[in-house]
Ligand binder design. Structure first.
Ligand code: NAD
Length: 254
């Protein structure tokens, strides 16, 4: 567990909502310095307000993870301001559901660029800082869908498998520098993303479907994923690297 005196500088992408927000709040409560970014300015403001109102530090950036130049300059700003980067939670994401036959190149590129290129854009500058200090921990948000296929989500599944693969390669490449890289593979978590691209009726039907077939008969909560991220970034996980850890209600067991 992270101790209450922990002041590790932690970058979180997609921190304005859902899993990223819950993780930012949890790690801030544990004493981490939170550097939160998102394209959702209102969500980001709410995250920062919640953290700062409890007397903790939250530095924010309106950053699009696809925009390499602004990612690099914001990471440098974080390192200059706080003197180090201890942890990265690369988590920003979205969905653009479509039958494969109807999937446009725009939908394909949006999902691949946001998830895969977005993670590349953050991991590279952050790892350069971590290598200098010979220490660091990264968690990348993949999904259960990294290891199973899902209809109408070929772009999302391809992106999530790529992120798992990226995680394994980075774990091997950077272990000798004292840096650990793991992925999480959440199941269905009750966040705005689960609703996106679905009407209320479609969402209710999907939720009932999840609840009936999941071994743990309910959707997961973002706080339950945040607890796993906290552990993976902590010294308690010092012997874990290159793994996909799945807070998924038993959705996929393999
Ligand atoms: N909710 C689920 O069921 C579920 C399951 C498995 C994996 N995930 C993954 O968890 C991660 C977080 O999703 P969530 O469920 O918390 O959804 P969410 O919609 O609540 O949060 C995602 C955040 O990412 C931000 N974002 C999107 N594109 C961005 C960009 N280009 N640059 C910066 N920020 C951007 C959004 O603005 C949003 O605030 C995603 O990678 C998602 O794929 C979610």
């Amino acid at each position: 567990m992270v101790t209450p005196t922990d002041s590790r500088v932690t970058i979180i992408t997609g921190a304005g909502s859902g899993i990223g927000k819950a993780t930012a709040l949890r790690l801030a409560h544990a004493g981490c310095i939170i550097c939160a970014c998102d394209i959702n300015e209102e969500g980001l403001r709410e995250t920062a307000k919640a953290i700062q109102s409890s007397g903790r530090t939250c530095f924010t950036g309106r950053i699009d993870v696809r925009d390499r130049e602004s990612v690099e300059s914001w990471c440098s700003e974080v390192a200059d301001r706080f003197g180090k980067i201890d942890c990265l939670f690369s988590n920003a994401g979205l969905n653009a559901r479509s039958a494969f036959d109807e999937m446009t190149l725009t939908q394909w590129n949006l999902v691949i660029d946001t998830h895969v290129t977005g993670a590349f854009n953050f991991c590279q500058p952050v790892l350069r800082h971590m290598v200098e200090r010979r220490s660091g921990a990264i968690v990348i948000t993949s999904s259960d869908f990294a290891v199973v296929g899902v209809p109408n989500a070929a772009n999302y599944c391809a992106a999530k498998t790529a992120l798992y693969s990226l995680t394994k390669s980075l774990a091997l490449e950077f272990a000798s520098y004292g840096i650990r890289v793991n992925a999480i593979g959440p199941g269905p978590i009750d966040t705005p993303l689960l609703r996106s691209g679905r009407t209320q009726e479609q969402y209710e039907s999907a939720r009932r479907n999840f609840e009936s077939r999941l071994p743990i008969k309910r959707l997961g909560q973002p706080e339950e994923v945040a607890a796993v991220v906290e552990f993976l970034l902590s010294s308690g996980a010092a012997y874990i690297t290159g793994q996909l850890v799945q807070p998924n209600g038993g959705q996929v067991i393999w």
